[in-house]
Design a protein around this ligand. Structure first.
Ligand code: DAK
Length: 261
């Protein structure tokens, strides 16, 4: 499928999704959000793609936020519709049955920080900047920032960042646990690709079930979560990949042929 504001490239099992509006620092307007949704659907239906990397075009921004020019004159109903669209897209990323890594190459503000937080893992370049500056614009974060930021960095730190609308650098984001790693800008895509390849060496169904167990388990009480883990663990034994993984160990074989079955 051809898109106007995103690029989708598939290479060796990895889907590279680039938000591509560099003149507006990749700000998310409705059209871009709809295209991200379509791209995620395409990735979801493509059995050849087993991991996803999301980044921003250009050398300045990952995504500088929701599109302020589009939002400026929205009515209550339009604002709500926009919020529903954004949340639908970000939930589609969060619940995609494949791991998603954000390669944060520059500004990740407002909706951009929220997009990165809907991904499973964030790797940042030293040039990345994170923040939820919405209260300075007279609004609350609207694409899950008030919910995902406290889950990642804790309630007090999330409140400090959201109430103050302070923008922080990559090292600070690393220190508070918002990003997994910080690398030089020229090393960023190599680093995220290497991580995706490392994940791809494992059994895809097991990775998918781990994502489910962690995401769903973190929202429920520990007893229910442990039952969920037990159920998903059991499910693995219906797969050919479980047989292959364990046979390889017993036979002292280094090479494993996982088939995503
Ligand atoms: N929206 C639209 N255009 C943007 C943009 C944005 N978020 N960010 C940057 N741009 C555009 C600029 O307008 C400029 O366009 P031209 O003037 O060249 O046409 C171009 O990108 C380059 O930006 P600058 O000239 O400003 O570049 P600088 O290097 O000087 O500054 C900056 C970079 C990132 C510090 C600055 O652009 C900036 O402060 N941008 C806005 C950052 C921001 O406040 N982001 C949060 C947006 S609010 C909700 C739904 C969603 C949301 C909330 C509620 N509901 C429905 C409930 C989400 C809200 C947000 O994300």
């Amino acid at each position: 499928m051809d898109f106007k504001n995103v690029l989708l490239k598939k290479e060796k099992g990895i889907g590279f999704l680039t938000i591509n509006r560099p003149a507006a620092l990749n700000a998310l307007n409705s059209e871009t959000l709809s295209e991200i949704h379509k791209a995620i659907e395409e990735i979801s239906n493509d059995d050849e793609v087993l991991a996803v990397i999301i980044t921003g075009a250009g050398d300045k921004a990952f995504v500088a936020g929701a599109d302020i020019s589009e939002m400026k004159d929205m009515s209550v109903i339009e604002g709500r519709k926009f919020g529903i669209l954004g949340n639908k897209v970000f939930r589609a990323i969060e619940t995609l049955e494949k791991p998603v890594i954000a390669a944060v190459n520059g500004f990740a503000l407002g909706g951009g920080c929220e997009l990165s937080m809907a991904c499973d893992i964030r790797i940042a370049s030293t040039k990345a900047k994170f923040g939820q500056p919405e209260v300075g614009l007279g609004i609350t974060p609207g694409f899950g920032g008030t919910q995902r930021l406290p889950r990642l960095v804790g309630m007090a730190m999330a409140k400090e960042l959201i109430y103050s609308s302070r923008i922080i650098g990559a090292e600070e984001a690393y220190r508070i646990g918002l990003v997994n790693k910080v690398v030089e800008p020229e090393a960023l895509m190599g680093e995220v690709t290497k991580l995706a390849e490392e994940i791809l060496r494992n059994a895809p169904i097991a990775v998918k079930l781990c994502k489910q167990a962690i995401n769903r388990g973190m929202q429920i009480d520990i007893d229910t979560a442990i039952s969920l883990e037990a159920e998903l663990f059991g499910e693995c034994f219906s797969t050919e990949d479980q047989k292959e993984g364990m046979s390889a160990f017993v036979e002292k074989r280094k090479e494993k042929q996982f088939k995503n079955r």
